[in-house]
Design a protein around this ligand. Structure first.
Ligand SMILES: C[S@@+](CC[C@H](N)C(=O)[O-])C[C@H]1O[C@@H](n2cnc3c(N)ncnc32)[C@H](O)[C@@H]1O
Length: 721
């Protein structure tokens, strides 16, 4: 390692002693609250006991710095081999898998060792470090300790995850760096060419990051965001762990022998995925970056996505050129690259005792870039090369996808994307910029909508469900035997259960939704809970309905359109939809229509502009989606969520307001926004009995019943052919 002297300017900010104390305080604070049993046990050969980490980092300072001074007497000569990790040149050591068998020295003795090394180091620092090798080793000792802070957390999590009790090591997940950033969406393109990577000769860097050298890059794009848990669920649902064609041969062999079916620490809860974290077992958060995947899994996921993993040079070049274009560059999860961990041209290992630090591991491992939530802030570097074996998954590892060529090439190119692009171009070209609300519902949008339904301010879902519980049993006898329930915009199919429970002899359920992710998950849950029901999901646009699949049988068709989704359509489009529903459902059909009723603007506005900002996130997500799927460059945080009541049109409106003048690009097109200019993203029309009757009759249905809930009131209408 060519560790040069630290920048002297930094010294005036924080002296050696203060820095030493600050770095050394972290591990004991992470150990606080853990029992001596927690800190003694070793959960697997790759992991070390917490007690060992506490001792080993002190050993490092003792051997590398204190021991190099003349006349030094070790704290306990036996500790020199006990806490030696892998330095063969420094003599005997305990085999790694045996570290957990050492009940002696006890935790108190290890802490006493630590305290004594601190006393000795502080005395040494008070006398001043010798410039050159001694200072270099001091820098290395601090960085080494910071590496073990992250390793400590990885190893404690692995240990806790082996307990059937799912214990929480901490009340909240300890983060050594700043929090997670909201998704930005999209791809950042780079022209490639000749560039330079690696650490310069200035400042601290590990030897493996040097020397800086030139590399050639072909044009490529890198995803702005990390792959999320939600993305990973879709990979699983699409048979990601069952399709050999997606996997490297060694990876597929591990899938078989280890029985991998999800990232490490994931489990199946009663209805959904859960994950073991440092704060105990939690539901998997679909929006959070995925963690604890091996290189093989990252590679299979990339293949499944039609993308690839970046090389480490691509990653570093992008991070240097456009650091602010990416979210979670180094704050959530280390990112697998497809680069093998090998020496840079001109690599020289650190001289002296620390020569074994990095270089001897340069075979059979893959490089990861970035940093994780557990990486101390001042330990992160753009040139940092982390490395693990391709099968290992207990580190805080995730991935960021790469694609060949420009961002247009990186954008998805199926029919839905074409339609989205078309609607966005047409909508942004209008005087009042608009975007149809159906584009809200990618996987993240559907998830956010479900969060909205649970908000205290969002009354419609609660009120409609209560009303359905009341009228379902009254209306269900009219369905007849072997009826078929056809639901439009079924989302999570939660209200559907109330109808299914009220009509147990339904033959089939046909949920129709534009969001494949929401539809797939909901259909799976309904199938599991209603095993006798035929569940025939259809991904599609309810404004272009097709007849239900023939497997549904010939029973009476019952249309079901809850959630006041009809209010999102213009009055003409609502009539067209109800007409075409009547046609495809056929003779004798019934139709249950949910509508929201006109009420005080204050109640309405609160429901569309909640205090927690979930509706705002839902609204903005359509821009995130446009960036990701279409390669647009909306500056998402620069758009404010607006919700207001338009009394003239009897509707709530949601808009996204540009908070500054800006230009948004979509391929070769540019759309200008003045400050305060909005995109109208949703209308939600509010009804009364007369307007529902008018709508029903204009589309050929008879209004047979109209039931109103308690306040804040919504209504269910029963329409008959
Ligand atoms: C307001 S949510 C209502 C969800 C659910 N029915 C409820 O009542 O809670 C609208 C649902 O309709 C779906 N959706 C919106 N526009 C659609 C369209 N044009 N075609 C099919 N589904 C659509 C969305 O994906 C979402 O699941």
């Amino acid at each position: 390692m060519q560790m040069t002297q630290p920048v002297r300017a930094g010294m005036s900010v924080e002296g050696d002693l203060d820095r030493y104390r600050r770095v050394r305080a972290v591990l004991p604070s992470l150990a606080e609250g853990l029992s001596s049993e927690d800190l003694t046990v070793q959960s697997m050969p790759d992991a070390s006991p917490g007690k060992w980490h506490l001792g080993h980092v002190s050993w490092f300072f003792e051997v590398m710095l204190l021991g190099a001074r003349q006349g030094y007497r070790p704290f306990d000569p036996r500790f020199l081999s006990l806490f030696n990790s892998y330095y063969d040149a420094l003599g005997a050591r305990v085999d790694r898998p045996m570290r957990g068998l050492m009940t002696r020295p006890g935790l108190a003795e290890v802490m006493a060792y630590r305290a004594e090394i601190d006393v000795r180091m502080e005395a040494l620092l008070a006398g001043g470090l010798n410039e050159g090798l001694e200072r270099d080793l001091f820098e290395l000792g601090l960085n080494h300790e910071q590496q073990h802070q992250e390793l400590f957390l990885m190893d404690i999590l692995h240990l806790m995850a082996r307990s059937p009790l799912d214990p929480a090591a901490y009340e909240i997940e300890p983060r050594l760096g700043e929090g997670q950033v909201v998704a930005r969406g999209g791809w950042i393109a780079f022209e490639g060419g000749l560039t330079q990577i690696g650490a310069s000769a200035e400042g601290f860097a590990f030897d493996n990051e040097r020397p800086a050298h030139r590399v050639w890059l072909e044009p490529y794009a890198l995803a702005a965001d990390l792959v999320t848990n939600g993305d990973w669920v879709r990979f699983i649902q699409d048979g990601g762990y069952q399709r050999p064609e997606l996997w490297l041969s060694d990876g597929w062999a591990l899938v078989q022998t280890e029985g991998w079916s999800a990232p490490l620490y994931w489990g199946r809860g009663a209805s959904d995925w859960t994950v073991m974290t440092l704060a105990g077992r939690r539901p998997v958060d679909p929006a959070a970056p995925v963690r604890h995947i091996s290189f093989y899994e990252a590679d299979a996921f990339a293949r499944w996505s039609g993308r690839r993993l970046p090389t480490e040079a691509e990653w570093e070049h992008a991070a240097r050129a456009e650091p602010s274009a990416f979210t979670n560059l180094d704050s959530e999860a280390w990112q697998w690259t497809c680069s093998a961990y090998s020496p840079y041209p001109g690599f020289r290992p650190t001289e002296g005792m620390a020569a074994e630090y990095n270089g001897k591991f340069m075979a059979n491992q893959m490089v990861l870039r970035g940093g994780s939530f557990a990486t101390p802030l001042d330990h992160r570097r753009i040139s940092y090369r982390n490395f693990f074996h391709p099968h290992q998954r207990w580190a805080f590892t995730g991935l960021r996808l790469a694609a060949d060529g420009a961002p247009e090439a990186a954008a998805m190119d199926d029919d839905a994307t074409d339609a989205f692009r078309h609607d966005l171009i047409v909508g942004l070209s209008e005087r009042q910029k608009t975007l149809p609300p159906k584009w809200f519902y990618d996987a993240e949008g559907s998830r956010l909508f479900e969060d909205i339904t649970r908000l205290p301010e969002y009354y419609p879902t609660r009120q409609e469900a209560a009303l359905l519980r009341r009228v379902g049993p009254l209306w269900a006898p009219r369905f007849g035997a072997a009826a078929v329930l056809v639901e439009l915009g079924s989302g999570a199919s939660e209200k559907t259960r109330l109808v299914l429970d009220a009509a147990p002899d339904l033959a089939a359920y046909v949920p129709i939704d534009i969001s494949p992710a929401a539809l797939g998950e909901a259909a799976g849950r309904i199938r599991a809970d209603y095993p006798d029901l035929k569940v025939l999901p259809v991904v599609g646009d309810f404004e272009h309905l097709s007849p239900p699949p023939s497997e549904a049988g010939s029973g009476r068709r019952i249309g079901f359109f809850p959630g006041s989704t009809i209010g999102n359509l213009t009055p003409d489009a609502a009539i067209r939809l109800l007409r075409s529903a009547r046609e495809i459902l056929g003779q004798g059909a019934l139709f249950i229509l949910g509508v929201d009723l006109v009420k005080s603007p204050a109640t309405l506005i609160a429901a569309y502009d909640d205090a927690q900002g979930v509706t705002a996130a839902f609204n903005r997500n359509v821009l995130v989606r446009a960036n990701r799927e279409l390669g647009a460059d909306f500056d998402v945080p620069a758009f404010a969520h607006r919700a207001f009541w338009n009394g003239e049109q009897s509707r709530m409106e949601m808009h996204l307001e540009a908070t500054r003048p800006m230009t948004v690009h979509l391929g070769k097109l540019a759309f200008r926004f003045g400050e305060g200019e909005t995109i109208h993203t949703e209308s939600s029309r509010k009804f009364d009995q007369a307007s529902v009757r008018e709508l029903a009759e204009a589309s050929g249905w008879k209004l047979e019943a109209f039931e109103v809930s308690d306040d804040p009131a919504v209504a269910l209408a029963l329409l008959a052919d």
